[in-house]
Design a protein around this ligand. Structure first.
Ligand SMILES: Nc1ncnc2c1ncn2[C@@H]1O[C@H](COP(=O)(O)OP(=O)(O)O)[C@@H](O)[C@H]1O
Ligand SMILES: [Mg+2]
Length: 150
């Protein structure tokens, strides 16, 4: 089942991310999709802030993955937008099997590598400050999470 959340400000998106963070569990994977400027990185910022990560979050453009260790649990932030076919050295599976939390921007681009159990969030720009977020949980843990948060 899909769940819809309307965000009317950057703060709304941060708050949703913070609420999801409060229900985190080991190995959680969140997949973000949506056009440039739709709020994917804002979501990661909100999540990271809530985890207590002190560093400024920016999209990991050149290295694809950034690992943040300063929060309550390790957070891996991926942005696979510029992933090249030659980037076979990124062991996605190792990240997804780990106890860390992983959030992926442009996850659609690595669809065949994503774990079966995960939370997908699709961001749609519907106005200058309005975004419609479609949350799609895969697996019971993610269903419970979304039901609790929304
Ligand atoms: N409701 C909203 N949710 C998230 N970002 C918003 C919202 N309204 C406006 N914005 C703005 O849209 C931009 C989103 O940028 P960013 O998160 O980097 O997008 P993406 O990572 O999807 O390319 C930011 O400048 C943010 O301030
Ligand atoms: Mg981004």
């Amino acid at each position: 089942m899909d769940y819809k959340y309307t965000s009317r400000s950057e703060n709304d998106t941060m708050e949703l991310a913070e609420n999801i963070e409060s229900e985190k569990f080991p190995g959680m994977v969140i997949c973000l999709d949506g056009e440039l400027g739709s709020g994917k990185t804002v979501f990661v910022k909100g999540f990271a802030k809530s985890l207590g990560i002190s560093e400024n979050i920016t999209s990991p453009t050149f290295n694809i993955v950034k690992e943040y260790e300063s929060g309550e649990v390790p957070l891996n932030h991926m942005d696979v937008y510029r992933l090249e076919d030659s980037d076979t050295t990124i062991g996605f599976n190792d990240y997804f099997k780990s106890e860390d939390i992983t959030i992926i921007e442009w996850a659609e681009l690595i669809q065949d590598k994503l774990p079966d159990e995960r939370l997908d969030i699709k961001f749609k720009v519907v106005g200058e400050n309005t975004r419609v977020l479609i949350l799609k949980p895969y697996g019971q843990k993610y269903e419970d999470l979304v039901n609790f948060v929304l």
